[in-house]
Every structure is written in C-alpha cells, then in structure tokens.
Write a protein of this length. Sequence first.
Lengths: 231, 735
Amino acid sequence: MTHTQHRWGMAIDLDRCTGCAACVVACHAENNLPVSTPELAAEGRTAHWIRIDRYYQGEFPDVKVKYMPVLCQQCDEAPCEPVCPVYATYHNPEGLNVQVYNRCVGTFYCANNCPYTVRYFNWFAPQWPEPLPLQHNPDVAIRPGGVMEKCTFCIQRIKRSKEDAAQEGRPLADGEVRPACVQSCPAEAMVFGDLNDPESKVSRLAGNGRATKLLEELGTKPKVFYLHKAT
Amino acid sequence: MDRRDFFKIVSTASAGALAGCGNHTGKVIPLLVPEHEIVPGEEQWHPAACTECAAGCGTLVRVMEGIRTIERGGETVRQRVAAIKKIEGNPLDPISGGRLCARGQASVQSLYHPDRLRGPMRRSGERGQARFAAVSWEEALGQAADEIARQCGADPLGIVFVAGPEPGTRSLAIQRFTAALGAPAPVVCSIADHAVERRAADMVFGWKGLPVYDLARAHCTLSVGADFLGGWASPVYYARQFGAFRQGRSNVRGRLIHAESRLSLTAAAADRWLPLSPGSEVQFLAAIGHLLLDARLARNTDALPKQVAAAFQSADPGALLASCGLAEKRVRELVRELGESEAPLVLAGASLVHTNSLDAVAASHYINLMLGNVGEPGGVLAPASAAAPGRRPHDSLPDGLPGQQPAPNRAAAEGLAGAQVVLIDSANPVYTMPRSAGVRDALARAKLVIALGSFTDDSAAWADLLLPDHHPLESAMAVVPAVSRQLAAVVSTPFVEPLYDTRAVESTLADLARRIGVEYSPVTPRDIVEPLLAQPSAAGGATYDDVARQGGIWLDAPPAEPRLAGVALELASARFEGDPAQYPFLFQPYLSLEFHDGRGANLPWLQELPDPASSSIWGLPVEIDPQTAAKLRVANGDMVRVESPHGSLEAPAYVHPGAVPGVASMAIGDGHEHYSRYASGRGANPLAILAPVWEKSTGALALGATRVRLARAGGSRGWIQFAAPDREERPFGRR
C-alpha cells in the first residue's frame, strides 16, 4: 500500500519505559473512554486503548518484570480491515487503521481477528454521572453502545497540527504531532512521527538495532516499533 | 489563547525560564475565562500547579466550552461554562518538563467528581456516620468562629490543625492562622512527607530539604529502598531523569542496581534487583561501604568523618549481607561495578519506613561522600532550599514553611490525643494513621471537628462542620516543589469559575480569624513569589504577573557545600512489633502508583488503572510469594486474612512471582469507609492494622514494622484482574 504525504508510526523504547501508566490515563482523558464499573470490569468490559502488558520471567530471587505499552499497532496489513462487512474499519491514506463509528454494526469480526487484542466493544452506552461529562474532549466523538472502538493515534491531534501548519503556510515539523500517550510519557519512551521521512526521529529509532515489531511473524506489518531493553 | 500562543508568549517572557522571568510581554492570559470568551471548538491553555503529591509539578490545563446541566427555579437548564478538558505538564517547569503522571492527569476527575461537596454542611447524625445537612456559610462560619473563640479563651493549646505536607500558600495560611490563635503549630499528618530523607540530609550534609539526585548524568546507580519511579518524592522528575539516564546519551547507558524488599516499579526497571530483607537497608549499605573501602574503590576516603570511616571498616560484610538475605559474592561484583564506574551514585530513601530508616539514608550519604559525587555532576546535589545565599526566600515568612520541616506522624497522634478543636485540611488521619494510634477516639472526644476538604472522606465523616474548599484548579495558589535544584514556586491562577458554593481555605481562615477577632493577614501567591523575585538571580523588572503567566518561577541557586557534622553511623536492626512465633510474616503497606497515600482512590480512572504488580482493577490484593500461597492453599483471588497484633483485614490474594518469601505486601488505597461512590467500602486498608511504631528519630510512621499472620479466609470475592493471568498459578487445580 502506498501512502500519501505522511505515514504515521510510533517507536516505544522499553529501555526507557518504566510502566508508570501515565500514557493510559492520558489516553482516557483525551479520547473520552468510557469509565467502567466494578460489575462491568468483572465481565471483562473495561476499555483501554493503550494498556501496559506485564510479564514475569524467572524464579525468585532472579525474577524480572517486563512492562510493555500495547496499543493498536496500526498495521499496514491489518487483519481487522478485510473482515469488516460494512467497511467501518478501513485503511486511511496516511496508514492509519480507522474506525468509522457510525458505520459499525458490532459484528465483532475485527476484534476476533486482531492478534493484539486492542479493540474494545461498547456493550452498553457509556454512562458518566454529572458533571463528569464537562471533562469530555469535544474533538473526539462519544461512542454509542454496540460500537467497536480502538486507538486512533489521536487522529484529532494529527488534524489539528496539520491545520496549524497549513494556516502558517509551513510543513509539519518532526515531533509536532504528539498523541496524548506520547505527550505524557515522563521517561520519553514513546516517539511519534512520519515514517515517510527518513530523517524523522521515529524513522531513526525504527532502524535501531534494538527495534522489533510485535508478532511480526504474522505478516501484519505493524507501524509500532518496540526497542528492546538494552543490557 | 491557544497552546502555540502560550509558548510564543512565554518564550518572549523568559528566554530560559530557569534564569527567571524576563521582559514584560504586554499580553496577559485572561485570569478567569468569562462565558463570552468561550468559543466552541477553540482551546485555551493555562498554567497551573498539580497538588496530587508534594512534587509540585507545573501543569498546563486545556480549557474549552462545556455544557453543564443545573437546576434553576425547579427547572433543568443547560449552562455554557469554561470547562477543563485535560491536564498536561508545563514544558517550562524543570520538574515536570511538560510531562505528567497518571495521578496528576486524573486530577481533573476530582474537579468534576459527582460526589464533590457542594457547599458547607453541618453534622446531622452521630460522629463518624457521615450524615450531614446543608447549612449557609454565614451559619457555618458563625458556629465555627464561636467555638474556636471559646476554646481560644479557655486553652488555645487545645486547638489542633491537621495539615498536608505540601508547602505553599496553603501551609502558610494555616501557619498564620494557628499563630494568630496562639494555637500549636499545625501538625503535618502524611505518610508521604519524606521526613526521614529530610532529616538525613540535614544530619549529614546540613541541607534543609530533600537532596536532588542527578540521575540523568550518573553512569552506575545503586538505589536502596527508594521506589523513585513509583510512589516516592517526585515521580515525574525522576522518571524523566531515568529516561535520560538510560538512553539520553549516545555513549553511555546508565546501569541501575536496585535493592528493596519489594519488586517495585523501580526494581522492575532496574538491570539488577537485590531483594532485601525488610528493614535491612542500613546493614546492606554498611556492607557496601566496607566493600568499597576494602577494594580501594572509594576515591574520596579523606572526606569521610573518621568515626564513620571506622564504622564502615569494622563492619563484617559477610554477616551483614547474610542478614539482608543476599549472597556476598553477587554483591561484591556489583560493588566493583559501582566503584569502578566513572559516575557512581547511591540513591537511598525510605519508601517503606522502618524504625532504623534514618540510619540507612544517612549511610547512603556517607557512601556518596566516599565516592566523591556530592555536589558533582551525576551525584547527589543540594536542594535549592539549602543553597540559597543569605536570606532564603521562605525566611521572610514566619518560621519558614511547615512542610519544609520533618513532620512526624507521632506528633500528629499525640497532638490529636488532647485536642478540643480539630481542623483538618489536605490530610486524612483516620485513613492514613493506624487504628491503634487512636485518631478516631481523639476525634470522637473533641468538642468540635472541622473538615476543609472537597470530599466527605474517612476523617471528614467525623466532622461537625464541613467547610469545603475550592478545587485546586479553581484556586489561586503557589506551591513549592519538594525536589528542586532551583529556587522555585509553581503558581496557579483560577481560570474557571468555582462549580459550587465552596470557598478557598485561605479565605475561610481569613474569615474565621476576622470573626474570632484575631489579627491575621490573608495569604496570596504573592507572599511566596515576591521573596523569590527579590533574589539576586531573578531577572530585573520581572513582575508577579510574568510569573503567573508562565506558571511559576524557577531560579538558579548557587551550589551549597555540605557542612559535615560527622554524625556517627549506627547499625541498629529494625524493630518489628509482634511475636515472630505467632506472627511469622512481615507486612509492607506501600504507596501505590495509582492511589499514592490513598487519596487517588475516589477517581474512576485510577480505580480502573491496572495495578502494576497484580494487574488488578477496582480493588487491591495482598501480595504473597508462591511458596506461602501453596502452604496456605490459596490461588489468585482467594480471600486471605491478614492479622496483626492490632487488627485484621481480609483481601484477595495475589500470588506474586517476585514477592520476598515471608513478606506480605499490599498497596495503599482501598478500605476507605467514606470517600465517594468510587471508593467507599471497597477492599481493605492495610494501614489500619499497623502497630503504632515510629521511626526512632523522626517519629515518622514505620510502615514496615508490623508482623502479621496469614490464613486462608475462604471464598473469593471482588478480585478483578485486567490482564490475562501471567502464569499458571493454580497448584491445586481448582476453578
């Protein structure tokens, strides 16, 4: 697939990541994620567009823990896309796997097909007791019940930055677009940028010897690069 | 003003915020956003201060239009208001550097919390039942003023003001209020005030305030007992430092060795984790000191006071390390690595306070001294409060700021015991103090209890009057960061209208003082900022408005030489309460990433943030090691009874692959009796069952000094794990 001007990608340096979950709350705040209740959570109905996976390795006292932020990998060969019967999930010209909420009829095929389990279904219309909705970000739609949702790489922030740059008659600068997770990360473990620009920070990190892709062997061609912990 | 304009203006305001405020910019951020200035779809960014912990991060707040539904004259109407959409870090602030932790970002939910107090209230049930009826400010303040005045006349020493540890306008206002009444100084009641670390820096280096560890420039770091990436002194600052330490330099990758009795976030991020026996930090550090001297890797031995050097030399590393539960050979290798490093650093703290924690942190300072890194790049640096020349900015305030001094929990317990009138602000002593400390009895005995917070929490439930504060995002304030190389104050200016009939504590206190008839000068952020503007390193001509516009002031402070007092090194073992035969396990309640000292538990975003250790949401487990779990015949989620000599609790078990055998840990945050719909009655409070044991010199509550016994309680309720089980851990094939 060829992409137009931009091809958005992310690099996550696990040598910097501390697992502090600042990105998770940043995403909740930015993207109007539904807040669960203990009852919904007990049924596995808690939505996190980005989550921190943790893995324990070894036996005490030589135990290690690995924390790893996992979000939609924005695959170039996305398994979620071809299975949608109503074209609610599609590949946009800048390489994003986009979800069109008002097309989605909730077949769940996309979530079944996602090897990264990063798609979340709204089993019910989300509820926010007053006045919590005052916090809602007007740039992001509130999803109704029966609709699948997932990380968008903060497409609203991409749009806003592009509009700002266009208004000032200049190209987008590297690092100017920062999804909420990237913006918040205290250890600066996450870097976002244009993979079409070989000089961009994300392109350079993607070429780093420590860079790998999650479940790359499935042929999904993810655009999120993980830089392994150095030793 | 949009985000871009904010930076344009501040970049002209100060070419380098660290050098202080520069030229006047001519354009001021609108201080309060009036309704007609809210344009749908347009954003404004305002600087503010985060008050979720004492770190004092500067923030940027996004304000846009919001629609609020209110009742007016019996009808439901929709009202356009300026609403806060998101909180990020302020890039001009050298602490947050534009970043913010999970709790800081979630604090917007406390502003728009459905259970926030909407106006003053008076108790209508028994104390502790949390039944209140609305009352007018006039009535509430009148009653409060009358009773305080009566107590002032009888015995002002019976007035106890319980406050939080964060220094700034709030602490100054409280201090002025108690001074005006002739009451004792406010007692700081917190388990996150780092009293031990402050005392150790003062004792060894003569520095007031928390030392700053220059992690980003260190090459090899040994951290001991400080979960600096989790719930320690300044998590955003140290996480930023950690990122740079690891991958911020082209030729050096920082190596982190972490010794702690828990597999914390910091232990997880480390290259090597040394699982210490609880309370053995001082023995471990004494062995490290001895091995460094022994291997001639201490490059600055002459700087060490003689009796300290002698104490290190006479230490027996084999026996000491055995008491820590560590193999000597492995530690020797790591000591060599540390000693041979170009920029070695020892970063010690007391995330889990023990009776001997002060000695441990003091020993770490002596090791830094022998490694020659004190005041050097990549070493331990003096805090700004230690380094200012001549008059320190806070010296102009009476007695400095209370949060700057060690704040013993023991004093809070003792002060409350004889209290007649109790005022509580930014503290929750009923929750954070052990039941055995007698806080409830003291509150039940007092003639009058006034709570000033925004929520009916465990302590406010015991109040007679609730005089609710504005939310920090609705308030004018200045906050002094806990860990800072710069002389700093983060300044917040209100830019959204208060949602409810609340009043800033500063104005409530001023009003009370006026009614009581004592002399009191109200506190504003200028009281904190103006002494800083008078500093020689502040740019000439800078005004308070310049500071407010960029969200704070950060001034370079000259380096402070340590003034060594040569305090002897003590190697006392930690004391644990409880008979080891009856109570064979050690118990570690710890400050969690998501709830800190418990205050974050009322926010739904934090409740559903998976706990880093167990991945549990909407409830916290007790973490036990796999062998103990097998002996108790419990698997993940099975209820476990944790019993100390001072009480017991039940919590779901989490079989933690990294738990130190014989040690049960539990994150603090659950077990609020009252704290909004999201926290009330959920889970158990690990602090409640602690023994009233204090760090021996500072009086800080020894979180890790209680022995417990564990038993299977039967059943499994309320255990929700977000992630799939990390391992198959059901030894008995049940469920």
